[in-house]
Ligand binder design. Structure first.
Ligand code: SF4
Ligand code: SF4
Length: 239
C-alpha cells in the first residue's frame, strides 16, 4: 500500500464490512444487474484499481477497456456537495443513469472484486432485485451507506471524484499509471472525461435521520479513533 489515503480507504472498507457482517443479503456471485456504468468513486479508489491490475499484469486489458468504453452517466454532485445543498435547502440537479453493464464484468462476475470502490461495496439488497424490482435495504443501512460515501469522499478531498470510467481515464493519462501517452481520439476522450469530473469535498454536514443519529455518531467516533500508521484517522483527515 503505497499511499496514506489508500490505507485509510482500505481501513474504512474494513470497518464498513464489520458493520454489515450480520446482515443477510440476497446478493450472490453471478448476480450482476446492479453492476452498471453508473458507479462513482474517488481518485484514490481509482489508483487502487490500477495498482491491482498492474500487479496482475492486466494493464493492457485496462487500456483496451478504456479505449472502447465511455459511460454516459455524469454525476451532477458529489455526496458532500449534495449534503451541503440539502442543508442549505438548495436545488439539486437531475442526473440520468447509464444502465449498460459495467466494463469490469466477465461472465456476470466482477474482475476487480478485491478493489471495487465503496459505491459497489454498499450496493446490496435484502431481496432479489433486477431492472424491474428495486433493491431493498433497512433504513439504518441507507443512513450508514450515505455517511460512509461522504467519509470516503472526505478522505479524497481536493482530488477528482466522479464516474468510475472517467476517473480511470484521467488517471490513465498519467504515465506513472499506464506508462503510455494517449493520442488523437484517445487524448480527446481523456479531455472529455476530465471535463466531466468533479472535485471531492470535505464532509461539512452529514445526512442522517434522527432515529439513526446515535448509531452513526458512534460509527464516526470509531472511525475517528482508528489508527493508521500510528496516527488516528481523525487527526490524519480532520474529522
Ligand atoms: S443488489 Fe440486486 S442485482 Fe445486485 S447482486 Fe444484489 S440482488 Fe443481485
Ligand atoms: S466494479 Fe465490479 S462490483 Fe462494481 S459495478 Fe463493476 S463489476 Fe460490479
Amino acid at each position: 500500500m503505497s499511499n496514506l489515503r489508500e490505507k485509510i480507504i482500505t481501513t474504512l472498507f474494513e470497518i464498513y464490512e464489520q458493520e454489515v457482517a450480520n446482515l443477510t443479503f440476497a446478493c450472490k456471485k453471478g448476480c450482476s444487474t446492479c453492476c452498471t456504468q453508473s458507479v462513482t468513486m474517488t481518485a484514490t479508489e481509482g489508483q487502487m484499481i490500477i495498482e491491482f491490475l498492474k500487479e496482475q499484469n492486466r494493464i493492457e486489458e485496462l487500456h483496451e477497456i478504456l479505449k472502447r468504453s465511455e459511460s454516459k452517466y455524469i454525476p451532477a454532485h458529489t455526496p458532500n456537495r449534495l449534503a451541503a445543498l440539502y442543508h442549505e435547502k438548495k436545488e439539486v440537479k437531475e442526473e440520468s443513469w447509464d444502465l449498460n453493464p459495467c466494463c469490469f464484468l466477465d461472465n456476470n462476475c466482477c474482475t476487480i472484486y478485491a478493489v471495487r470502490p465503496f459505491a459497489c461495496r454498499c450496493f446490496g439488497s435484502t431481496v432479489q432485485c433486477d431492472l424491474n424490482h428495486s433493491a431493498e435495504q433497512p433504513s439504518w443501512l441507507i443512513s450508514l451507506n450515505t455517511v460512509m460515501m461522504q467519509v470516503v469522499e472526505h478522505v479524497g478531498q481536493g482530488e477528482y471524484w466522479g464516474n468510475m470510467m472517467d476517473i480511470l481515464l484521467e488517471l490513465s493519462s498519467q504515465s506513472r499509471y499506464i506508462g503510455r501517452e494517449w493520442q488523437g481520439e484517445g487524448a480527446n476522450k481523456v479531455d472529455r472525461a476530465r471535463f466531466r469530473l468533479l472535485t471531492a469535498e470535505p464532509a461539512s454536514n452529514v445526512i442522517v435521520p434522527p432515529e439513526d443519529e446515535e448509531k452513526i455518531s458512534q460509527l464516526l467516533n470509531q472511525i475517528s479513533r482508528t489508527e493508521v500508521y500510528k496516527n488516528t484517522i481523525g487527526v490524519l483527515v480532520g474529522m
